[in-house]
Design a binder for this molecule. Structure first.
Ligand code: ATP
Ligand code: MG
Length: 254
């Protein structure tokens, strides 16, 4: 399974990315891509501080990449050196079956453009997506930088998260329109922090016809911890969601 996760700010993208990566890791090797400049995915996955400090963000690697490629283009670098173990070893940090790739932080205020890093990430993602044996989960930023830049396009499928609020449902519908316009497949929307079975009814009118592919409960174990818990109501629901997503992705041949 290769999937990117988007949605309005704070709806639970990083939490779902981490929980889905864990669920997938029981079946295959997983690459978890943190494409949000805030870099929260590693902590949500429970990577240690020392492991996270070891990570060389892609933003810091770009000069070395440029040297290797002879240009600033990530694409030619990968043509030169396509060994995935090498790439993941250089950029990623591993914990069990999960390798975390961090896109990099934006260090200077106002320096919002991540174009060169984005080119590198795009090339790397394109490369990883071609590897059948790997699963990939990409945690996107709320600002949709990567949708605009096409980074997520190579992943092929975009899962959208919403809370049971009209504002986040409207955003979900807008993201789905954008994504489909870019040729991405959208399996549907995940209704997160649902406190009752009726949560979906409150927002369905705002989802622009998007199918609700999964409902995840509001779980105090989740909100109470930076690291996504190993078990509980939320984790179980993510396991069910993983199965539905697999079926959908297989049927769509993504
Ligand atoms: N199902 C849930 N039950 C309870 N709390 C949740 C649930 N899902 C997410 N949360 C909590 O909501 C907050 C936001 O979650 P998260 O960081 O995953 O959102 P996000 O969409 O990645 O945010 P951002 O847009 O800032 O990247 C966190 O405190 C998280 O613990
Ligand atoms: Mg996040």
């Amino acid at each position: 399974m290769k999937i990117a996760i988007a949605g309005k700010g704070g709806v639970g993208k990083t939490t779902l990315s981490a929980a889905l990566a864990r669920s997938l890791a029981a079946h295959a090797r997983v690459v978890a891509v943190d494409a949000d400049p805030n870099n929260c995915l590693g902590r949500a996955l429970g990577f240690s501080e020392s492991a996270l400090e070891e990570i060389a963000p892609l933003s810091e690697m770009k000069e070395r990449l440029a040297e290797r490629a002879g240009t600033g283009e990530g694409g030619s670098f990968f043509a030169l050196d396509p060994r995935v173990e090498d790439l993941l070893g250089r950029f990623g940090v591993e914990q069990g079956e999960i390798t975390l790739l961090v896109m990099g932080t934006v260090d200077e205020p106002g320096a919002g453009c991540v174009c060169p890093e984005s080119a590198v990430l795009k090339a790397l993602v394109r490369h990883l997506v071609g590897l059948e044996e790997l699963s990939l989960v990409m945690d996107m930023d709320a600002g949709l930088e990567h949708l605009g830049r096409g980074t997520a396009q190579h992943v092929g499928a975009l899962l959208i998260v919403t809370e049971p609020t009209t504002a986040s449902a409207r955003t979900a519908a807008r993201i789905a329109r954008l994504a489909k316009g870019l040729g991405l497949r959208v399996p549907g929307v995940v209704l997160n922090k649902a406190s009752s079975g009726k949560a979906g009814e409150q927002v369905s009118a705002y989802l622009g016809g998007l199918e609700v592919i999964g409902t995840l409960p509001a779980d105090p174990q989740v909100s109470g911890s930076e690291v996504v818990p190993e078990a509980g109501a939320y984790v179980k629901a993510v396991g069910d969601l993983r199965k539905r997503l697999s079926t959908w992705l297989d049927s769509e041949d993504v």
